[in-house]
Every structure is written in C-alpha cells, then in structure tokens.
Design a protein around this ligand. Structure first.
Ligand SMILES: [Cu+2]
Length: 162
C-alpha cells in the first residue's frame, strides 16, 4: 500500500516537473532570443527629395525594436534625433551590406549616424522614457532648411513595472 502510494507520488511529481518545464521552455527561449519589432525608415529618396520616409516614428516603451535606417539616395544623410537617442537603451547597431548580410556590430550608446549612399543600418533598442515631438533631422548643410526633418514619439506605460 505504502509502496503503491510512493509510486503514485513519484509519477505525480514527475508529471508536474515535466509540465512546468514544458510551459517554461518557450518563455526561456523567448527571453534569450527577443523578437524585435521591425520599423523601417529611409533617409532621402531615389529621386533626390530631402525628407525622411516616413517622417513620423512611434515607439512603445519597454518593447524591443529593430529600426532599419536605409539611404536610397545618391548623397549622404544624417539620421539624428538627440531626443530619441537619450530615451532608449541601445543593444547594438548592425551594419548591413548590399546583399543583406551583417558585416559589423557596434555596441553601446548611439547619438548620431551618417549614412552614405546605399547604406543600411539596423539599430536595436528598448525605448525607456516617454517623449513627444522629439526632433529628427539631417544636419547636412541645407538639408534641415529644405525640410529634412521629422518627429519621434515614445509612448506607453513605464517599462518593466506591474
Ligand atoms: Cu540629408
């Protein structure tokens, strides 16, 4: 009787442990490999317009983003937003070549980036602080004046809180 009970208990505990592992496995995996929300923006256009496309960017606090910045135009442009740069936690910036392969990664805070014609960067970050009407601009001579400006918004409740 006692032995039978012990056997039952063993199987109950085993099933509980296996069940818990089965439930936790995808969670553990998701934490190790966060899925980034991809947002794309272009600096300038192929036909030479001095603008950001789109010129309004919105990010939610605490989400994980991959901001792909691409320059399709025939001249260099800056992607500059002090307001965005100071409100995010940067994981890395990837340099992507013409075939779509990552050729370099830079880790640490990013304040400003210049993209040569055809260049593509992927900026991975977590927005941390709220902000509205944050200025985005290209500071190549004459570009801001020509309308190469945009706006960034960071919205949502504080990250990592319940
Ligand atoms: Cu520009």
């Amino acid at each position: 009787m006692y032995r039978q009970l012990q056997g039952k208990l063993f199987w109950s505990v085993s099933l509980l442990v296996l069940g818990t592992l089965a439930v936790l496995w995808p969670v553990t995996y998701a934490v190790g490999q966060p899925e980034a929300i991809e947002v794309r923006v272009e600096t300038g256009s192929q036909d030479g317009h001095l603008r950001f496309v789109p010129d309004k960017l919105r990010f939610q606090r605490g989400k994980y983003y991959k901001l792909v910045v691409h320059n399709p135009s025939s001249q260099a442009h800056y992607f500059t937003s002090d307001g965005l740069a100071t409100r995010v936690y940067t994981r890395k910036v990837e340099f992507i070549d013409g075939s779509g392969n990552t050729v370099a990664e830079v880790h640490g805070d990013i304040r400003d980036m210049e993209l040569l014609p055809g260049a593509t960067l992927a900026w991975y970050f977590y927005p941390m602080t709220k902000g509205k009407g944050l200025r985005l601009y290209c500071h190549k001579e004459g570009h801001t004046e020509a309308g190469m400006v945009g706006e960034v918004e960071i919205f949502g409740p504080p990250p990592f809180s319940n």
